[in-house]
Design a protein around this ligand. Structure first.
Ligand code: M6R
Length: 371
């Protein structure tokens, strides 16, 4: 049942190319237009949306945070991402023109379900991005966009995360094509769909080059703390990398926005402190690449051990990196579908090196059906 892998998590990490490919499948008609059969909110209602609120917990919330960058860019609709349990007990400003998008692998997470109910009471339209057919959250939502990751057994979410990003991007592209909002960004939905279709092969390639990551995980098994830095869409990836390490290896880990370093976290840097840095593509806008390379330089000068995730061909990082982990080139907004993979493998290997239960970490349940 584990298909030759030692753990479900390892199997599910290796299923990620399929999770993305299958989630993309059947979303375009013969003319290349996006089709979303499962979306039963009228096109007029979607054109009238003035705000999107994404509600989710844990890894699903990080997928939502990645999606915010793409959705705002493509749709020009303001997007908020909120942890479902926080949303629920606030007095959020929501009306019938708000689209509340819940993201949940299981479809049974109590906090997320309650957030959806709260949103409905306030009159919002609700869309569920979910991996489990017929589960409660999609049943109670106005519309559903299923991720096709297949069953996820390991408690730590991996392939669902990639499928959730993919599905929310499809939703974003659909809204953008309805509203004709993408022209300003110099691209169009069909172009992004074509780029997304190239991602599974890139993940496959990446999975074939993880030996160095596995090696560093083994000699880092005694680490007391690991930090993760990212910027733009790399920021939620940093938080997801930290969450994986907490869950699987019981190591203190924190993800930061790289720009926040000098506002506090740089005080944590002392000789030998391991820091993963997710570097944006050299083609990124606003000079983000150079800014993150400077951050690596700053922390290295203070003795950090820098584990750098960078695009193939990015030579600027080399002088400041103790280890460089390469990912295939891809457009900036799609990069999380690649950069998170080494962090998943790292946490898996570190957990294995410590002799821990990878699939069933202590104190955790696969779906959290209580508050
Ligand atoms: O089933 P859901 O996607 O609603 O679950 C949400 C979180 O409980 C889940 O992502 C959790 O954070 C995972 N253990 C992360 O690996």
């Amino acid at each position: 049942e584990k298909g030759g892998y030692a753990t479900f998590m390892e199997k599910e990490i290796h299923e990620q190319p399929h999770a993305v490919a299958d989630t993309l499948l059947g979303r375009t008609d013969a003319d290349g237009n996006l089709t979303l059969d499962e979306l039963h909110v009228s096109e007029d209602e979607l054109r009238a949306v003035t705000k999107i609120v994404i509600v989710a917990c844990g890894t699903a919330a990080y997928a939502g945070t990645v999606a915010k960058y793409a959705l705002e860019r493509w749709t020009r609709i303001p997007v908020e991402v909120e942890l479902a349990h926080e949303f629920r007990y606030r007095d959020p400003v929501i009306d019938e023109h708000t689209l509340v998008v819940s993201i949940s692998q299981s479809g049974e997470t109590m906090d997320t379900l309650m957030a959806v109910r709260h949103a409905k009471e306030l009159g919002a339209r609700t869309v569920s991005i979910c991996n489990t057919h017929g589960s409660t959250i999609p049943r109670e939502s106005d519309a559903v966009l299923y991720t096709h990751a297949g069953p996820e057994i390991a408690v730590a979410s991996t392939k669902a995360f990639l499928a959730q990003i993919t599905a929310s991007y499809i939703l974003g592209l659909y809204l953008a094509s309805l509203r004709g909002s993408m022209a300003a960004s110099g691209t169009d939905p069909a172009e992004v769909m074509a780029e997304l279709r190239e991602v599974p092969a890139k993940i496959e390639k990446l999975l074939g080059s993880m030996d160095r990551v596995k090696e560093i995980a083994y000699y880092m098994a005694d680490s007391r703390s690991v930090l993760f830095l990212g910027r733009h869409v790399g920021y939620p990836v940093a938080m997801e990398g930290a969450l994986k390490l907490k869950e699987l290896a019981y190591i203190h880990a924190e993800g930061f926005a790289a720009g926040e370093l000098k506002h506090g976290p740089i005080a944590l840097i002392e000789p030998g402190q391991p820091v993963f840095v997710i570097v944006p593509s050299p083609d990124s806008e606003h000079g983000l690449h150079g800014k993150v390379v400077s951050n690596i330089q700053e922390i290295r000068a203070r003795g950090a051990r820098t584990l750098v995730i960078a695009e193939e061909g990015d030579e600027d990082v080399v002088p400041f990196a103790d280890v460089v982990i390469r990912v295939p080139r891809t457009p900036a907004l799609l990069a999380p579908l690649l950069t998170v993979v080494p962090l998943q493998i790292f946490a898996l290997q570190l957990s294995t090196a410590k002799g821990l239960d990878v699939d069933q970490p202590r104190n955790l349940a696969k779906s959290v059906t209580v508050e």
